[in-house]
Design a protein around this ligand. Structure first.
Ligand code: NAD
Length: 485
């Protein structure tokens, strides 16, 4: 299926599309049909070298520009992304299978938000002056140098921008390696940044599996690695980066709790649980997949949830009426099916869903299990698909303790009309990105990231600046030097 918005080659390096057919072929599969819609080539060592060399050559002059000049280019790119939002959304839908009813509003637009926000901040990045009697210290906020971004497949455009925007605002160069499952979108972001005036070499995109990510992480010319991926990959990449004492941001997996108290608004709690489990067909890292429901509201919650799930519109993601798309790949669908079978085998009650729909594409029904207990596999492991586990609880203290009993700490949510309780419970959640009477909002102004094994560092907000820049302090002596001999 020819798509006019598709990138024209596998890699974008030094301001232009580059191909090297010596690299292994990576097929691009449209998840809604299972059809191959394109192919990219994995980066060869020569491509990796080109990307690093051009980024290194461009970075110092970029860092020497004023923040306002850098920011102007990023803000221009944000405007251009908004102007071609429709085409970029179609591409995101081809890459991921997510319905246009999502991609039109969430993907390229949130990427544009990041470029606009960090473009706006770039001119205000400063150090400080510290007076010490006559002497004084000043600090300079400096770029790290060359940053590597490695993406997951669930939000390819957004991840490319969430990493690229703060990196570039701070004066760094970036090499971005998208997930091999969704290689297309980041190339368009690189193309747009270049058209907006970004000097060549500063935002390069190269394709490949972990076999391309790994040498980027260990290359001594790379100063920082920002990964969005699973905890097992995070462990490997963090360890490899530690060898070179590199800066890292790790945005990893989760198994987040959503606690619904008896006094919650039923309709809002059901809506929150739907957003926390079924948006992007459940392929969202911060999803609240352990839904703790207080006993008094449990049956009403399950009944209303079941009713609302009957209105899901599953089908062609390019049809804007569709609001539930396929899994990103056959492999991901099979992984999720395996978890559903485990849920049944371990004694959870299947309330609805659980089946594959059709034989074309990778569609799975939104699935709800009730009577889930803490030790069941579906309650302990990240599934990354449309599978909600409903667990019962009686007291606030019990819910807090059980919600925190996990290696993960990405997100947590609470639904209650008792605001004091809402704040009290969230304060005790061991998680980085939390919600009260809401779920999965991720505005660029708010820090985003995980606690515990879900990661280190924060994306978005002013906090991201700390992770893409370093401070130099300069002591200035005004008088004579008093040496002991
Ligand atoms: P993954 O861990 O399989 O892969 C992530 C990326 O790492 C891919 O680009 C992959 O090619 C690369 N990679 C793999 N091995 C590598 C290595 N040794 N060195 C360098 N790079 C390597 O994850 P995925 O299946 O693409 O994405 C799903 C996971 O991502 C889930 O666990 C999800 O929770 C997580 N995720 C987290 C966030 C967040 O912000 N916290 C956001 C989205 C997804």
């Amino acid at each position: 299926m020819p798509n006019p918005t598709q990138p024209t080659a596998s890699h974008f390096i030094n301001g232009t599309y580059v191909e090297d057919t010596a690299g292994a072929e990576i097929p691009v599969i449209y998840p809604a049909t299972g059809e191959q819609i394109g192919v990219v080539h994995e980066a060869t060592p020569a491509i990796i070298e080109q990307a690093i060399t051009s980024a290194k050559a461009a970075q110092k002059a970029w860092a020497a520009m004023s923040g306002t000049e850098r920011g102007r280019i990023l803000r221009r790119a944000a405007d251009m992304i908004r102007e071609c939002n429709h085409d970029l959304s179609v591409l995101e839908t081809y890459d991921t299978g997510k319905p246009m009813s999502e991609t039109l509003y969430v993907d390229a637009t949130s990427g544009a938000d990041a470029l606009e926000y960090f473009g706006g901040l770039a001119g205000s990045l400063t150090g400080e002056h510290i007076q010490l009697g006559e002497d004084w210290v000043y600090t300079r906020r400096e770029a790290l140098g060359l940053c590597v971004g490695i993406g997951a497949w669930n939000y390819p455009t957004q991840i490319a921008c969430w990493k690229g925007a703060p990196a570039l605002a701070c004066g760094n160069a970036m090499i971005f390696k998208p997930s091999e499952t969704t290689p297309l979108c980041a190339l368009k972001i690189a193309e747009i940044l270049h058209e907006a005036g970004l000097p060549a070499g500063l935002y390069n995109v190269i394709q490949g599996t972990g076999a391309v990510g790994a040498p980027l992480v260990t290359d001594p010319r790379v100063d920082k690695v920002s990964l969005t991926g699973s905890v097992p990959t995070g462990r490997k990449v963090y360890a490899a980066a530690a060898e070179g004492i590199k800066h890292v941001t790790m945005e990893l997996g989760g198994k987040s709790p959503l606690i619904i108290f008896d006094d919650a608004s039923l309709e809002d709690a059901v809506g929150g649980a739907i957003l926390a489990n079924f948006y992007s067909s459940g392929q969202v890292c911060s999803n609240g997949t352990r839904v703790f429901v207080q006993k008094g509201i449990k049956e009403a919650f399950l009944k209303r949830l079941h009713e609302r799930l009957q209105t899901v519109v599953m089908g062609d993601p390019l049809d804007e009426a569709t609001n539930f798309g396929p899994m990103v790949s056959e492999r991901q669908m099979q992984i999720v099916q395996g978890f559903i079978e485990k849920g049944k085998a371990e004694g959870a009650r299947l309330v609805c869903g659980g089946e594959r729909i059709g034989t074309e594409g990778f569609f799975l029904e939104p699935t709800v299990f009730a009577d889930v207990t803490d030790g069941m596999t579906i309650a302990t492991d990240e599934i990354f698909g449309p599978v909600m586990s409903v667990l019962d609880f009686e007291t606030e203290d019990e819910a807090i303790a059980r919600a925190n009993a996990t290696e993960f700490g990405l997100s947590a949510g609470v639904f209650t009309t008792d605001l004091a309780r809402g704040h009290r419970v969230i304060a005790q959640m061991e998680a980085g990105s939390c919600f009260i009477n809401s779920y999965n909002d991720a505005p660029v102004e708010a820090p985003f990231g995980g606690a515990k094994n879900s990661g280190v560092g924060r994306e978005n907000s002013k906090a991201a600046i700390e992770h893409y820049s370093q401070m130099k302090s300069v002591y200035v002596r005004m008088g004579a030097v008093d040496a002991p001999f």
